[in-house]
Design a protein around this ligand. Structure first.
Ligand SMILES: NC(=O)NCCC(=O)O
Ligand SMILES: [Zn+2]
Length: 484
Protein backbone atom coordinates (compact mmCIF):
# COMPACT_ATOMS: atom_id res chain seq x y z
CA UNK A 1 0.00 0.00 0.00
CA UNK A 2 1.48 3.33 -1.00
CA UNK A 3 0.22 6.88 -0.56
CA UNK A 4 1.00 9.66 -3.00
CA UNK A 5 0.77 13.34 -2.13
CA UNK A 6 0.00 14.78 -5.53
CA UNK A 7 0.26 18.18 -7.17
CA UNK A 8 1.86 20.17 -4.39
CA UNK A 9 4.94 22.33 -4.00
CA UNK A 10 7.58 20.82 -1.75
CA UNK A 11 8.97 23.38 0.67
CA UNK A 12 12.00 22.53 2.79
CA UNK A 13 14.37 24.71 4.78
CA UNK A 14 16.49 25.12 1.63
CA UNK A 15 14.38 24.36 -1.43
CA UNK A 16 11.03 25.05 -3.07
CA UNK A 17 10.02 22.87 -6.05
CA UNK A 18 7.03 21.14 -7.64
CA UNK A 19 6.91 17.39 -6.99
CA UNK A 20 4.76 14.50 -5.83
CA UNK A 21 5.79 12.51 -2.78
CA UNK A 22 5.27 8.74 -2.45
CA UNK A 23 5.15 7.02 0.93
CA UNK A 24 5.40 3.36 1.87
CA UNK A 25 5.63 1.81 5.33
CA UNK A 26 5.61 5.22 6.97
CA UNK A 27 8.68 6.39 5.06
CA UNK A 28 9.18 8.64 2.01
CA UNK A 29 10.25 6.34 -0.84
CA UNK A 30 10.08 8.57 -3.92
CA UNK A 31 9.93 12.27 -4.79
CA UNK A 32 9.32 13.37 -8.36
CA UNK A 33 6.82 14.17 -11.10
CA UNK A 34 3.68 12.13 -11.89
CA UNK A 35 3.91 9.46 -9.20
CA UNK A 36 1.18 6.85 -8.74
CA UNK A 37 -0.04 5.11 -5.58
CA UNK A 38 -2.97 3.26 -3.99
CA UNK A 39 -4.11 6.27 -1.97
CA UNK A 40 -3.88 9.76 -3.46
CA UNK A 41 -3.94 12.94 -1.37
CA UNK A 42 -4.71 16.04 -3.38
CA UNK A 43 -2.13 18.71 -2.58
CA UNK A 44 -2.99 21.10 -5.42
CA UNK A 45 -2.41 24.67 -4.29
CA UNK A 46 -0.66 23.41 -1.14
CA UNK A 47 2.87 23.32 0.25
CA UNK A 48 4.24 19.94 1.24
CA UNK A 49 6.49 20.48 4.24
CA UNK A 50 8.17 18.45 6.97
CA UNK A 51 5.77 18.14 9.91
CA UNK A 52 6.43 20.55 12.72
CA UNK A 53 8.53 19.55 15.72
CA UNK A 54 7.75 21.31 18.98
CA UNK A 55 11.06 21.32 20.87
CA UNK A 56 9.58 22.02 24.25
CA UNK A 57 6.28 20.85 25.77
CA UNK A 58 5.03 19.75 29.19
CA UNK A 59 2.31 17.09 29.01
CA UNK A 60 0.76 15.88 32.28
CA UNK A 61 3.68 17.49 34.07
CA UNK A 62 3.73 17.43 37.87
CA UNK A 63 4.27 21.11 38.67
CA UNK A 64 3.37 23.60 41.42
CA UNK A 65 1.17 21.14 43.31
CA UNK A 66 -0.82 19.93 40.31
CA UNK A 67 -0.44 18.37 36.84
CA UNK A 68 -0.56 20.22 33.53
CA UNK A 69 -3.93 19.56 31.93
CA UNK A 70 -2.99 18.11 28.54
CA UNK A 71 -1.74 14.54 28.51
CA UNK A 72 0.15 12.76 25.73
CA UNK A 73 -3.10 11.88 23.98
CA UNK A 74 -4.69 15.34 23.87
CA UNK A 75 -1.35 17.12 23.51
CA UNK A 76 -0.22 15.16 20.47
CA UNK A 77 -3.74 15.35 18.98
CA UNK A 78 -3.60 19.14 19.34
CA UNK A 79 -0.17 19.15 17.74
CA UNK A 80 -1.28 17.11 14.74
CA UNK A 81 -4.36 19.31 14.23
CA UNK A 82 -1.97 22.23 13.82
CA UNK A 83 0.65 20.44 11.69
CA UNK A 84 3.06 19.39 14.47
CA UNK A 85 4.06 15.75 14.10
CA UNK A 86 6.56 15.41 16.93
CA UNK A 87 6.90 16.86 20.42
CA UNK A 88 9.74 16.80 22.93
CA UNK A 89 8.50 16.55 26.51
CA UNK A 90 10.48 16.78 29.77
CA UNK A 91 11.16 13.89 32.08
CA UNK A 92 11.23 15.55 35.48
CA UNK A 93 12.75 13.56 38.36
CA UNK A 94 11.67 14.62 41.84
CA UNK A 95 14.55 16.00 43.92
CA UNK A 96 16.53 12.95 45.03
CA UNK A 97 14.79 10.63 42.56
CA UNK A 98 16.76 8.41 40.20
CA UNK A 99 16.72 9.65 36.59
CA UNK A 100 15.98 6.11 35.45
CA UNK A 101 13.00 5.71 37.82
CA UNK A 102 11.60 9.01 36.58
CA UNK A 103 12.00 7.81 33.01
CA UNK A 104 9.81 4.75 33.74
CA UNK A 105 6.98 7.10 34.76
CA UNK A 106 7.34 9.08 31.55
CA UNK A 107 7.46 5.89 29.46
CA UNK A 108 4.11 4.89 31.00
CA UNK A 109 2.51 8.29 30.40
CA UNK A 110 3.53 8.46 26.76
CA UNK A 111 1.93 5.17 25.65
CA UNK A 112 -1.19 7.09 24.55
CA UNK A 113 0.65 9.46 22.19
CA UNK A 114 -0.86 9.97 18.72
CA UNK A 115 2.40 11.27 17.26
CA UNK A 116 6.09 10.64 17.79
CA UNK A 117 7.79 12.12 20.81
CA UNK A 118 11.07 12.28 22.64
CA UNK A 119 12.20 13.46 26.07
CA UNK A 120 14.63 15.93 27.52
CA UNK A 121 15.87 14.78 30.94
CA UNK A 122 15.72 17.44 33.66
CA UNK A 123 18.58 17.78 36.15
CA UNK A 124 16.81 18.96 39.31
CA UNK A 125 19.44 17.88 41.84
CA UNK A 126 23.07 16.83 41.75
CA UNK A 127 25.26 14.10 43.18
CA UNK A 128 27.29 11.05 42.11
CA UNK A 129 24.16 9.09 41.23
CA UNK A 130 22.96 11.75 38.77
CA UNK A 131 26.47 11.98 37.31
CA UNK A 132 26.51 8.21 36.71
CA UNK A 133 22.93 7.86 35.48
CA UNK A 134 23.44 10.59 32.90
CA UNK A 135 25.64 8.16 31.02
CA UNK A 136 22.90 5.48 30.96
CA UNK A 137 20.37 8.11 29.88
CA UNK A 138 22.56 9.09 26.91
CA UNK A 139 24.03 5.72 25.90
CA UNK A 140 21.08 3.41 26.58
CA UNK A 141 17.93 5.50 26.75
CA UNK A 142 18.32 7.59 23.61
CA UNK A 143 18.20 11.00 25.30
CA UNK A 144 20.90 13.52 24.43
CA UNK A 145 19.54 16.68 26.11
CA UNK A 146 19.39 17.71 29.79
CA UNK A 147 17.30 20.61 31.04
CA UNK A 148 18.36 22.86 33.91
CA UNK A 149 16.17 25.37 35.71
CA UNK A 150 17.87 28.54 37.00
CA UNK A 151 14.45 29.61 38.33
CA UNK A 152 11.87 28.04 40.72
CA UNK A 153 14.00 28.43 43.85
CA UNK A 154 13.31 25.74 46.44
CA UNK A 155 11.80 23.43 43.80
CA UNK A 156 13.49 22.78 40.46
CA UNK A 157 16.31 25.34 40.59
CA UNK A 158 19.95 24.24 40.40
CA UNK A 159 22.92 26.38 41.40
CA UNK A 160 25.88 27.47 39.27
CA UNK A 161 28.24 24.80 40.63
CA UNK A 162 25.67 22.10 39.91
CA UNK A 163 25.14 23.44 36.42
CA UNK A 164 28.88 23.54 35.78
CA UNK A 165 29.21 19.93 36.92
CA UNK A 166 26.25 18.81 34.82
CA UNK A 167 27.37 20.78 31.73
CA UNK A 168 30.86 19.28 32.06
CA UNK A 169 29.26 15.84 32.14
CA UNK A 170 27.23 16.77 29.04
CA UNK A 171 30.48 17.76 27.31
CA UNK A 172 31.97 14.32 28.06
CA UNK A 173 28.88 12.39 26.99
CA UNK A 174 28.11 14.30 23.80
CA UNK A 175 24.92 15.76 25.27
CA UNK A 176 23.37 19.22 24.99
CA UNK A 177 22.30 21.15 28.10
CA UNK A 178 19.07 23.17 27.95
CA UNK A 179 18.48 26.05 30.32
CA UNK A 180 15.47 27.89 31.67
CA UNK A 181 17.34 31.13 32.27
CA UNK A 182 15.96 33.45 34.95
CA UNK A 183 17.80 34.46 38.12
CA UNK A 184 15.81 32.42 40.64
CA UNK A 185 17.28 34.10 43.74
CA UNK A 186 16.32 37.57 42.57
CA UNK A 187 12.87 36.43 41.42
CA UNK A 188 12.19 34.86 44.85
CA UNK A 189 13.24 38.06 46.67
CA UNK A 190 11.19 40.27 44.38
CA UNK A 191 8.16 38.02 44.82
CA UNK A 192 8.40 38.39 48.61
CA UNK A 193 8.71 42.17 48.38
CA UNK A 194 5.72 42.43 46.06
CA UNK A 195 3.57 40.24 48.30
CA UNK A 196 4.61 42.22 51.38
CA UNK A 197 3.48 45.40 49.58
CA UNK A 198 0.05 43.83 48.93
CA UNK A 199 0.80 43.22 45.25
CA UNK A 200 -0.73 39.75 45.05
CA UNK A 201 -2.44 39.73 41.61
CA UNK A 202 -1.25 38.01 38.42
CA UNK A 203 0.39 41.23 37.17
CA UNK A 204 2.89 40.92 40.03
CA UNK A 205 4.13 37.69 38.42
CA UNK A 206 5.45 39.81 35.53
CA UNK A 207 6.80 42.54 37.86
CA UNK A 208 8.85 39.91 39.69
CA UNK A 209 10.57 38.66 36.52
CA UNK A 210 11.82 41.66 34.50
CA UNK A 211 13.89 41.16 31.33
CA UNK A 212 17.17 42.01 33.14
CA UNK A 213 16.72 38.96 35.34
CA UNK A 214 16.44 36.78 32.24
CA UNK A 215 19.33 38.51 30.46
CA UNK A 216 21.66 38.04 33.44
CA UNK A 217 20.82 34.34 33.75
CA UNK A 218 21.21 33.77 30.01
CA UNK A 219 24.68 35.35 30.12
CA UNK A 220 25.57 33.19 33.12
CA UNK A 221 24.34 29.98 31.49
CA UNK A 222 26.36 30.79 28.36
CA UNK A 223 29.49 31.48 30.43
CA UNK A 224 29.09 28.20 32.29
CA UNK A 225 28.69 26.33 28.98
CA UNK A 226 31.78 28.08 27.60
CA UNK A 227 33.83 27.05 30.62
CA UNK A 228 32.49 23.48 30.51
CA UNK A 229 33.17 23.22 26.78
CA UNK A 230 29.68 22.32 25.58
CA UNK A 231 26.99 23.92 23.40
CA UNK A 232 23.89 25.27 25.15
CA UNK A 233 20.22 25.72 24.22
CA UNK A 234 18.27 28.48 25.95
CA UNK A 235 14.56 27.62 26.15
CA UNK A 236 11.78 30.21 25.91
CA UNK A 237 13.96 33.23 25.12
CA UNK A 238 11.53 36.09 25.67
CA UNK A 239 13.43 39.38 25.62
CA UNK A 240 16.12 41.48 23.96
CA UNK A 241 18.47 41.11 26.97
CA UNK A 242 18.55 37.32 26.58
CA UNK A 243 18.63 37.52 22.80
CA UNK A 244 21.55 39.97 22.99
CA UNK A 245 23.52 37.53 25.15
CA UNK A 246 22.84 34.74 22.64
CA UNK A 247 23.77 36.95 19.67
CA UNK A 248 27.02 38.02 21.28
CA UNK A 249 27.99 34.43 22.12
CA UNK A 250 27.25 33.26 18.59
CA UNK A 251 29.37 36.06 17.17
CA UNK A 252 32.19 34.78 19.35
CA UNK A 253 31.78 31.42 17.64
CA UNK A 254 29.89 29.65 20.41
CA UNK A 255 27.21 27.07 19.66
CA UNK A 256 24.36 28.73 21.53
CA UNK A 257 20.78 28.21 20.44
CA UNK A 258 17.82 30.42 21.38
CA UNK A 259 14.17 29.44 21.26
CA UNK A 260 11.39 32.04 21.31
CA UNK A 261 7.83 30.82 21.93
CA UNK A 262 4.92 31.68 19.67
CA UNK A 263 3.30 33.21 22.79
CA UNK A 264 6.19 35.68 23.31
CA UNK A 265 6.22 36.58 19.61
CA UNK A 266 2.54 37.53 19.59
CA UNK A 267 1.26 38.33 23.09
CA UNK A 268 2.49 41.25 25.18
CA UNK A 269 2.56 42.28 28.81
CA UNK A 270 -0.65 44.33 28.58
CA UNK A 271 -2.42 40.97 29.08
CA UNK A 272 -1.53 41.15 32.78
CA UNK A 273 -3.36 44.49 33.20
CA UNK A 274 -6.65 42.93 32.15
CA UNK A 275 -9.21 43.64 34.90
CA UNK A 276 -10.45 40.03 34.68
CA UNK A 277 -8.32 37.99 37.15
CA UNK A 278 -8.90 34.75 35.22
CA UNK A 279 -7.79 36.35 31.95
CA UNK A 280 -4.53 37.63 33.45
CA UNK A 281 -3.83 34.44 35.42
CA UNK A 282 -4.36 32.30 32.32
CA UNK A 283 -1.39 34.14 30.79
CA UNK A 284 0.94 33.62 33.75
CA UNK A 285 4.00 31.80 32.53
CA UNK A 286 7.75 32.11 32.98
CA UNK A 287 9.29 34.15 31.55
CA UNK A 288 6.23 36.41 31.32
CA UNK A 289 5.02 38.18 28.19
CA UNK A 290 7.06 41.29 27.30
CA UNK A 291 6.43 44.56 25.48
CA UNK A 292 6.42 45.10 21.69
CA UNK A 293 10.12 46.07 21.53
CA UNK A 294 11.08 42.66 22.84
CA UNK A 295 8.74 41.03 20.33
CA UNK A 296 10.49 42.90 17.50
CA UNK A 297 13.83 41.65 18.79
CA UNK A 298 12.61 38.03 18.72
CA UNK A 299 11.26 38.34 15.17
CA UNK A 300 14.56 39.90 14.09
CA UNK A 301 16.43 36.98 15.66
CA UNK A 302 14.41 34.49 13.62
CA UNK A 303 15.10 36.48 10.47
CA UNK A 304 18.81 36.90 11.13
CA UNK A 305 19.31 33.35 12.37
CA UNK A 306 20.47 34.32 15.87
CA UNK A 307 17.38 32.53 17.23
CA UNK A 308 16.90 29.00 15.98
CA UNK A 309 13.48 27.50 16.76
CA UNK A 310 9.93 28.50 17.63
CA UNK A 311 8.42 26.39 20.42
CA UNK A 312 5.36 26.56 22.67
CA UNK A 313 6.51 25.26 26.09
CA UNK A 314 2.92 23.97 25.99
CA UNK A 315 1.95 23.65 29.66
CA UNK A 316 -1.78 24.20 30.01
CA UNK A 317 -3.82 24.54 33.18
CA UNK A 318 -7.58 24.82 33.68
CA UNK A 319 -9.25 27.92 35.11
CA UNK A 320 -9.71 26.12 38.40
CA UNK A 321 -6.01 25.19 38.56
CA UNK A 322 -5.00 28.79 37.83
CA UNK A 323 -7.24 29.87 40.74
CA UNK A 324 -4.90 28.10 43.20
CA UNK A 325 -3.16 31.45 43.10
CA UNK A 326 -6.03 33.76 44.07
CA UNK A 327 -4.57 36.03 46.76
CA UNK A 328 -0.99 34.90 46.07
CA UNK A 329 0.32 35.13 42.49
CA UNK A 330 3.24 32.83 43.43
CA UNK A 331 0.80 29.91 43.54
CA UNK A 332 -0.67 30.40 40.06
CA UNK A 333 0.59 27.38 38.07
CA UNK A 334 3.00 28.74 35.46
CA UNK A 335 2.30 27.86 31.87
CA UNK A 336 0.22 28.43 28.75
CA UNK A 337 -0.86 26.31 25.79
CA UNK A 338 -0.07 26.77 22.10
CA UNK A 339 0.63 23.38 20.50
CA UNK A 340 -2.33 23.49 18.11
CA UNK A 341 -1.77 27.11 17.11
CA UNK A 342 2.02 27.46 16.80
CA UNK A 343 2.30 26.73 13.06
CA UNK A 344 -0.88 28.49 11.84
CA UNK A 345 0.01 31.58 13.89
CA UNK A 346 3.63 31.66 12.78
CA UNK A 347 2.55 31.28 9.17
CA UNK A 348 -0.10 33.99 9.50
CA UNK A 349 2.01 36.51 11.41
CA UNK A 350 5.35 35.48 9.92
CA UNK A 351 5.02 34.29 6.32
CA UNK A 352 1.83 36.18 5.40
CA UNK A 353 3.29 39.45 6.68
CA UNK A 354 6.65 38.96 4.92
CA UNK A 355 8.57 38.68 8.18
CA UNK A 356 9.63 35.12 7.29
CA UNK A 357 10.06 33.23 4.06
CA UNK A 358 8.39 29.85 3.66
CA UNK A 359 11.80 28.19 3.91
CA UNK A 360 12.59 30.07 7.11
CA UNK A 361 9.22 28.94 8.44
CA UNK A 362 10.18 25.29 7.82
CA UNK A 363 13.59 25.87 9.35
CA UNK A 364 12.33 27.36 12.61
CA UNK A 365 9.34 25.03 13.06
CA UNK A 366 11.03 21.76 12.13
CA UNK A 367 14.42 21.42 10.46
CA UNK A 368 16.59 23.44 12.86
CA UNK A 369 15.41 21.56 15.93
CA UNK A 370 15.75 18.22 14.12
CA UNK A 371 19.41 19.10 13.50
CA UNK A 372 19.94 20.38 17.04
CA UNK A 373 18.42 17.17 18.46
CA UNK A 374 20.48 14.99 16.11
CA UNK A 375 17.47 13.35 14.42
CA UNK A 376 17.87 14.98 10.99
CA UNK A 377 16.99 13.88 8.30
CA UNK A 378 14.82 11.11 9.83
CA UNK A 379 12.74 14.07 11.04
CA UNK A 380 12.59 17.63 9.75
CA UNK A 381 13.17 16.77 6.09
CA UNK A 382 11.39 15.82 2.88
CA UNK A 383 13.91 13.37 1.46
CA UNK A 384 13.81 9.72 0.44
CA UNK A 385 14.26 7.62 3.58
CA UNK A 386 12.86 10.22 5.98
CA UNK A 387 9.88 9.42 8.20
CA UNK A 388 6.72 10.51 6.39
CA UNK A 389 5.88 13.12 9.03
CA UNK A 390 4.43 15.58 6.57
CA UNK A 391 2.06 18.50 6.64
CA UNK A 392 0.22 19.42 3.46
CA UNK A 393 -0.18 23.10 4.13
CA UNK A 394 -3.10 24.95 2.57
CA UNK A 395 -2.20 28.66 2.52
CA UNK A 396 -5.83 29.63 1.86
CA UNK A 397 -7.60 27.79 4.68
CA UNK A 398 -8.67 30.14 7.46
CA UNK A 399 -10.14 29.93 10.94
CA UNK A 400 -10.64 31.99 14.05
CA UNK A 401 -8.87 30.47 17.04
CA UNK A 402 -11.32 29.51 19.74
CA UNK A 403 -11.28 27.33 22.84
CA UNK A 404 -14.65 25.96 21.70
CA UNK A 405 -13.07 24.14 18.74
CA UNK A 406 -9.62 23.30 20.11
CA UNK A 407 -8.35 19.80 20.93
CA UNK A 408 -7.06 20.70 24.40
CA UNK A 409 -9.56 20.16 27.26
CA UNK A 410 -8.73 23.56 28.77
CA UNK A 411 -11.66 26.06 28.76
CA UNK A 412 -9.73 28.97 27.27
CA UNK A 413 -7.12 29.73 24.65
CA UNK A 414 -4.60 32.56 25.11
CA UNK A 415 -4.94 33.30 21.37
CA UNK A 416 -8.76 33.38 21.45
CA UNK A 417 -10.20 35.41 18.55
CA UNK A 418 -7.04 35.57 16.44
CA UNK A 419 -7.64 34.90 12.74
CA UNK A 420 -5.25 32.57 10.97
CA UNK A 421 -4.79 32.00 7.24
CA UNK A 422 -2.74 28.92 6.48
CA UNK A 423 -3.68 25.56 8.01
CA UNK A 424 -3.02 21.88 7.38
CA UNK A 425 -5.08 20.23 4.68
CA UNK A 426 -3.54 16.91 5.77
CA UNK A 427 -1.20 16.01 8.59
CA UNK A 428 0.59 12.67 8.25
CA UNK A 429 2.38 10.96 11.07
CA UNK A 430 4.76 8.30 9.68
CA UNK A 431 2.50 8.02 6.64
CA UNK A 432 -0.79 7.78 8.52
CA UNK A 433 -3.25 10.57 7.68
CA UNK A 434 -4.22 11.76 11.16
CA UNK A 435 -5.81 15.07 10.11
CA UNK A 436 -7.87 15.80 7.02
CA UNK A 437 -8.92 19.44 7.23
CA UNK A 438 -11.31 19.56 10.22
CA UNK A 439 -11.61 15.76 10.50
CA UNK A 440 -9.43 14.35 13.27
CA UNK A 441 -8.53 10.69 12.74
CA UNK A 442 -5.69 10.38 15.22
CA UNK A 443 -4.79 6.88 16.44
CA UNK A 444 -4.09 6.65 20.14
CA UNK A 445 -0.79 4.83 20.74
CA UNK A 446 0.47 5.38 17.18
CA UNK A 447 3.22 7.68 18.47
CA UNK A 448 6.65 6.17 19.06
CA UNK A 449 9.61 7.27 21.13
CA UNK A 450 12.32 8.82 18.95
CA UNK A 451 15.72 7.75 20.21
CA UNK A 452 18.54 10.29 19.78
CA UNK A 453 22.23 9.50 19.49
CA UNK A 454 24.80 11.62 21.35
CA UNK A 455 26.32 14.48 19.38
CA UNK A 456 29.74 13.51 18.18
CA UNK A 457 30.57 16.46 15.95
CA UNK A 458 30.02 19.60 18.06
CA UNK A 459 31.16 18.22 21.41
CA UNK A 460 34.21 16.57 19.82
CA UNK A 461 35.17 19.82 18.05
CA UNK A 462 34.75 21.79 21.28
CA UNK A 463 36.81 19.35 23.35
CA UNK A 464 39.57 19.22 20.71
CA UNK A 465 39.78 23.02 20.63
CA UNK A 466 39.60 23.29 24.44
CA UNK A 467 42.49 20.84 24.80
CA UNK A 468 44.49 22.74 22.18
CA UNK A 469 44.11 26.11 23.92
CA UNK A 470 44.18 24.83 27.53
CA UNK A 471 46.42 26.81 29.93
CA UNK A 472 49.86 25.21 30.02
CA UNK A 473 52.70 25.63 32.46
CA UNK A 474 55.64 27.47 30.86
CA UNK A 475 58.75 25.30 31.18
CA UNK A 476 61.78 27.56 31.98
CA UNK A 477 65.44 26.99 32.39
CA UNK A 478 67.66 29.11 34.60
CA UNK A 479 64.97 30.18 37.06
CA UNK A 480 66.58 32.72 39.43
CA UNK A 481 66.84 32.01 43.16
CA UNK A 482 63.84 33.14 45.21
CA UNK A 483 64.08 36.75 46.28
CA UNK A 484 62.65 35.97 49.75
N1 LIG B 1 7.21 28.14 31.33
C1 LIG B 1 6.25 27.94 32.21
O1 LIG B 1 5.73 28.90 32.74
N2 LIG B 1 5.83 26.69 32.53
C2 LIG B 1 6.41 25.47 32.16
C3 LIG B 1 7.56 25.10 33.03
C4 LIG B 1 8.80 25.81 32.61
O2 LIG B 1 9.42 25.41 31.62
O3 LIG B 1 9.18 26.79 33.21
ZN1 LIG C 1 10.95 26.67 31.58
Amino acid sequence: MSTVIKGGTVVTADLTYKADVRIEGGVIVEIGPNLAGDEVLDAAGCYVMPGGIDPHVHLEMPFMGTYSADDFESGTRAGLAGGTTMVVDFCLPDPGQSLLDALKRWDNKSTRANADYSFHMAVTWWDKQVFEEMETVVREKGINTFKHFMAYKGALMVNDDEMFASFSRCAELGALPLVHAENGDIVASMQEKLMAAGNNGPEAHAYSRPPEVEGEATNRAITIADMAGCPVYIVHTSCEQAHEAIRRARQKGMRVYGEPLIQHLLLDDSEYSNPDWDHAAARVMSPPFRNKLHQDSLWAGLQAGSLSCVATDHCSFTVQQKRYGVGDFRKIPNGTGGLEDRMPLLWSYGVNTGRLTMNEFVAVTSTNIAKILNIYPKKGAIVVGADADIVVWDPKRTKTISAKTQQSPVEYNVFEGKEVTGLPRYTLTRGYVAIEETTVKTREGHGQFVSREPFQAVNKALSTWKELVAPRKVERTGIPASGV
